[in-house]
Design a protein around this ligand. Structure first.
Ligand code: 5GP
Length: 190
C-alpha cells in the first residue's frame, strides 16, 4: 500500500532492538484519514469471505480494528492482557510474549463473544516474531471459530513471524513489509 509506505519513509523512526516507531501516525497520535484507507484496503483484500468478527489485541490494535470494522460492519473483540487466572472457565486464555518488553503475559477473551460459527479476521499493527498473532489465532481456534486470515499494517519481513504463520496455512495480508531497516535507510518488499 503505497500511501502507507510513503508515510513510513517520511515519519517512521528506527529504534534499537529492531523497533520501528510510528507514533506520529499509528501508535500514539493516529492519522484517521490514513487509518480509513488502511481499513478499506483490508476490506478489499478480504472481501467475500463472510467475516463475522474482527479480533485484535490491546492496546495498539484496537483503533485500527475499529476503523477497519466500519468497512465490514462487524463487531470488534480485543483480547485483554490479564493478570488474573482463568479459574471459572469463562474465558479463553493464551500466552503471548511481548516483542517490545520481552515478557510473557496472558491474553483473554470471554467465551461469550467467540463461537464456532464465527469467521474471524485477525488485525494487528505489527508482525515481528509472531507471538501476538499466534496468540490471537489460538484464541479463535479455542472457540472453534474459523480464522479467515490476518490483516497486518506493518510486517517486519526480516523477523520470523510471517513465515511461521504462513507455513501454518494462515492467509496474512500485510500492507507494508519492511525487508531491512537501519538508522538511516529502510526498504520494502515489492
Ligand atoms: P510479535 O508478537 O509478532 O513479535 O510482535 C507484534 C506485537 O509487538 C505487535 O502487537 C506490536 O504491538 C509490537 N511490535 C512488534 N514490533 C514492533 C515495532 O517494530 N514497532 C512497534 N511500534 N511495535 C512493535
Amino acid at each position: 500500500m503505497d500511501l502507507l509506505k510513503q508515510r513510513i519513509l517520511k515519519d517512521g523512526k528506527v529504534r534499537k532492538g529492531n523497533v520501528l516507531k510510528v507514533d506520529s501516525f499509528i501508535n500514539h497520535q493516529m492519522d484517521i484519514a490514513l487509518l480509513c484507507e488502511i481499513g478499506k484496503e483490508f476490506r478489499r483484500r478480504f472481501s467475500d469471505e463472510g467475516i463475522t468478527k474482527i479480533l485484535t489485541i490491546e492496546a495498539s490494535g484496537i483503533g485500527i480494528a475499529c476503523i477497519t470494522a466500519q468497512y465490514f460492519q462487524v463487531p470488534v473483540i480485543f483480547a485483554k492482557k490479564s493478570q488474573s487466572k482463568n479459574i471459572d472457565g469463562e474465558v479463553y486464555t493464551q500466552k503471548v510474549e511481548s516483542f517490545t518488553r520481552g515478557r510473557i503475559y496472558d491474553v483473554i477473551v470471554s467465551k461469550e463473544f467467540l463461537h464456532p460459527e464465527d469467521k474471524v479476521l485477525l488485525i494487528d499493527d505489527f508482525l515481528a516474531n509472531g507471538s501476538a498473532l499466534q496468540g490471537l489465532y489460538n484464541l479463535a481456534k479455542d472457540a472453534g471459530a474459523d480464522v479467515v486470515g490476518a490483516g497486518i499494517v506493518i510486517e517486519k519481513g526480516f523477523q520470523p513471524g510471517g513465515k511461521m504463520l504462513r507455513d501454518m496455512g494462515l492467509k496474512i495480508e500485510s500492507l507494508a513489509i519492511v525487508d531491512s531497516m537501519t538508522d538511516d535507510s529502510l526498504s520494502f518488499r515489492e
